[in-house]
Design a protein around this ligand. Structure first.
Ligand code: NAD
Length: 493
């Protein structure tokens, strides 16, 4: 069934004259007609958002007693949980991933963030201190006020999870959240809006706008001067463009951006664990997770063994099974993205490398040939300045290179302007904890990959991000600290 996805602005479903198609990356079939928000629609969402967060109607949301606001979010979270099957269906339709993946990594895990952030906000402590002044005594304490309107701009790789990670802390702190999902993944965000419509969250505290970036909903939103802060996840280039726009009006940004992450495999690593962990880190979600490994550095003594193991694993991966109960690899998000990934694969041989697995596009002989599949691809033999080793592909691709000693591999892993994540594989506790802090990344995993408490902080280094997010840090980003000082007189008049 083809859905009609409208904007949800200040409590109303709003259609647009401009409608675009969302097609399935699994088989090219039509998933939805999506209504692109106009500049006026975005302005209405922002203005109504300001009103209920820090404006004349703030008593309905931003100034509501915290206990009442968090109770409303808890009710909303319970209603969202009732729609988990629909959310899973929406993620599968938009991204082409398997039901197994959408059930285990998206659905309830993402929806659960609303309850988690409401609980965290309830326990958020502020600071206070009595101090002496020339005239006597005084006391200061800090309060946290809503910032106002928070623009939540999301990528397509984990659409529901990213949306919840941004909207939940924004609402918990009394802001208005305006969600702009990727044009590639509009469906689960629309279900989120349906649940808001059936909840006690007041009109304007949450709006959903569909569309593209520059010259469309994303561009209109970031440029609006009544947007008080922007939380963005996406490509580094887009993050940089958004930061420039936010400079106008000196508005706050939190940017979670791309990566070119390295796995480091030392000579003493247990190969069974490495093979399982690194193949997941390279190929999970078709390599479309910002933490995915695209470079592996392996101690020369284990290089051939690692390459053989990984090539075997990659060749054994089932591609294109939506209903498989376990790991199978889905498509990339779109034909356009596949062109980018294949463009990088095509540089490998001319640049002097070779593929030990994959390197191209699979042929199925059925409707999946209209999708956006690519083979899990492992290359070796490239120099460090090759495009395949330097540029983020955001696909199921990895280059493997040997190293001889610890200092060399630290320098190789850090030889990038990105700095998002790494995974270090060794049985030596000392080496693991000696090396991890020397890799300039926001998250280092030891003998694991993407074991992540969603409330833990994440801060990308270099072109991988600005500011940090996760748990308390997200609540702090979504609120304005205010210091209140009172004098304490020695006597009463
Ligand atoms: P993207 O930058 O193309 O788009 C992200 C979002 O921004 C979309 O909603 C898009 O419509 C919007 N957008 C694009 N241009 C805009 C503009 N000028 N103004 C306002 N909005 C604009 O990214 P993508 O292709 O959707 O996602 C893939 C990227 O996201 C990869 O680089 C990946 O590494 C990164 N990512 C990072 C993290 C992290 O936590 N660091 C997590 C997931 C994805």
């Amino acid at each position: 069934m083809t859905h009609e996805l409208k904007n949800f602005i200040a409590g109303r479903w709003v259609a647009s004259d401009s409608v675009f198609e969302k097609r399935s990356p699994f088989d090219g079939s039509l998933v939805a007609h999506v209504h692109e928000a106009s500049r006026d629609m975005v302005s209405e969402a922002v203005e109504r958002g300001r009103d209920v967060s820090i404006g004349t109607a703030a008593q309905t949301w931003g100034n509501l007693p915290q206990k009442r606001r968090l109770a409303i979010i808890h009710d909303f979270a319970a209603k969202l949980m009732e729609r988990v099957d629909d959310l899973v269906e929406a993620e599968v339709a938009d991204t082409g991933r398997s039901y197994w993946q959408a059930r285990n990594f998206d659905g309830a895990r993402a929806a659960g963030l609303f309850k988690a952030y409401a609980d965290l906000a309830a326990g958020l402590e502020t600071r206070s201190k009595p101090f002496d002044t020339p005239g006597g005594q005084a006391l200061w304490y800090t309060a946290r006020r809503p910032k106002g309107v928070i623009a939540c701009i999301c990528p397509w790789n984990m659409p529901l999870l990213m949306a919840c990670m941004k909207v939940a802390p924004a609402l918990a702190m009394g802001n208005a959240a305006i969600l702009k999902p990727s044009e590639e993944t509009p469906s689960s965000a629309t279900i989120l809006a349906e649940v808001v419509a059936s909840s006690d969250i007041p009109d304007g505290a949450f709006s959903l706008i569909h569309g593209f970036g520059s010259g469309s909903a994303g561009g209109f939103l970031t440029a609006h001067q009544d947007v008080d802060a922007i939380t963005f996840t996406g490509e580094s280039g887009t993050g940089s463009a958004i930061m420039k726009v936010a400079a106008d009006g000196l508005r706050d940004v939190s940017l979670e951006l791309g990566g070119k992450n390295a796995a480091i495999v030392f000579g003493d690593a247990v190969m069974d664990r490495v093979a399982e962990g690194v193949q997941r880190s390279a190929f999970f979600n078709c390599g479309q997770i910002c933490f995915c490994t695209e470079r592996a550095y392996v101690h020369r003594s284990r290089f051939d063994e690692f390459v053989d193991r990984m090539a075997g694993v990659a060749r054994g991966i089932v591609v294109g099974q939506k209903d498989q109960n376990g790991f199978s690899m889905g498509p990339l998000i779109s034909q356009t993205h596949r062109e980018k990934v294949v463009g990088l694969l095509d540089t490998v041989k001319p640049d002097g490398g070779e593929f030990v697995s994959g390197g191209g596009v699979p042929q199925f002989g059925d409707e999946r040939d209209n999708g956006a599949f690519v083979e899990p691809s492992i290359a070796i033999g490239l120099s460090e300045d090759a495009r395949f080793v330097r540029e983020e592909a955001f696909g199921p691709v990895m280059h493997v290179a040997p190293f001889d000693d610890e200092a060399e591999v630290i320098s190789l892993a850090n030889n990038t302007r990105y700095g998002l994540a790494t995974s270090i594989w060794t049985e030596s506790l000392n080496r693991a904890h000696r090396v991890a802090p020397q890799i300039r990344v926001g998250h280092a995993w030891i003998n694991s990959w993407q074991m992540r408490d969603l409330l833990s902080p994440l801060a990308g280094v270099g072109i991988s991000g600005v500011g940090d997010q996760g748990g308390q840090r997200s609540l702090e980003f979504c609120s304005q600290p205010q210091t209140i000082t009172t004098r304490i007189f020695g006597d009463d008049p």
